[in-house]
Design a protein. Structure first.
Length: 232
């Protein structure tokens, strides 16, 4: 895709107009995670009520959606700093979590967004579907299989386990393997895995699907782009 800020590569489904995961060579790469859910209640059976109220509230505002804001960042921003500022201060229709990385060693952060406020953290740049640290009243996102059976504490624990598993991985992008994608990061809803380096112009993606096992397995070959090497 292309914008005033330069070219970028978006990994998504055909026809999807927002951006969830993308890489702009020599600029930055970013991904969007669903934020935790605001709970007015605590009982697991009332989770659909909270979900419905939050959805209605988001649909009634005129702010940009988080995925459209991420697309705007890739279209307009020329570097990590400008993308970070845009993602931090632009009002959004619903809470979101952005992971953003630039081309320098100190350019990496997680931006945790409410509709009008933000918290940006450096150093620990792994994210799942909850705030870090947890905040009162917010519940980490869970899949529909556990929607009516998991307690408030269990929902938060699932997200924390995924984040900690990512943080424990100390491998390198030099290999084509996706050895970081292990349970609990790998889960029944996994359909796509992506690794990116904007400094080196590398983007790798592989599709996952259910093949009869409990957990998904790769169902596509790895799509690999080494853009800066090709340009050189």
């Amino acid at each position: 895709m292309r914008g005033a800020g330069g070219d970028f590569f978006s990994v998504t489904w055909p026809g999807y107009v927002g951006v969830l995961t993308a890489m702009a060579p020599r600029r930055f790469a970013a991904s969007l995670n669903q934020a935790p859910m605001w709970r007015r209640t605590r009982h697991r059976w009332l989770r659909p009520f909270d979900h419905a109220i939050n959805t209605l509230r988001a649909s009634g505002v005129s702010c940009i959606s988080p995925d459209q804001l991420l697309r705007r960042a890739f279209e307009e921003c020329e570097d990590f700093a400008s993308a970070r500022h845009l993602l931090e201060v632009t009002p959004v229709a619903r809470p979101a979590i952005y992971t953003l990385v630039g081309c320098a060693l100190d350019q990496g952060c997680v931006i945790e967004r409410s509709e009008t406020e933000f918290v940006t953290r450096f150093g620990s740049t792994c994210a799942a579907n909850d705030w870090e640290p947890c905040r009162p009243g917010w519940e980490g996102r869970i899949g529909m299989r556990r929607f009516l059976v998991s307690s408030f504490a269990e929902a938060t624990g699932f997200s924390r386990a995924r984040r900690e598993s990512l943080a424990a991985w100390n491998g390198l992008l030099s290999a084509s393997e996706f050895d970081w994608l292990q349970e609990p990061v790998l889960n029944p809803y996994t359909r796509l895995a992506v690794s990116m380096s904007p400094a080196r112009g590398i983007l790798r993606a592989v599709g996952y699907g259910l093949t009869g096992d409990v957990l998904p397995a790769p169902v596509t070959e790895i799509c690999e782009l080494e853009l800066l090497a090709e340009a050189a």
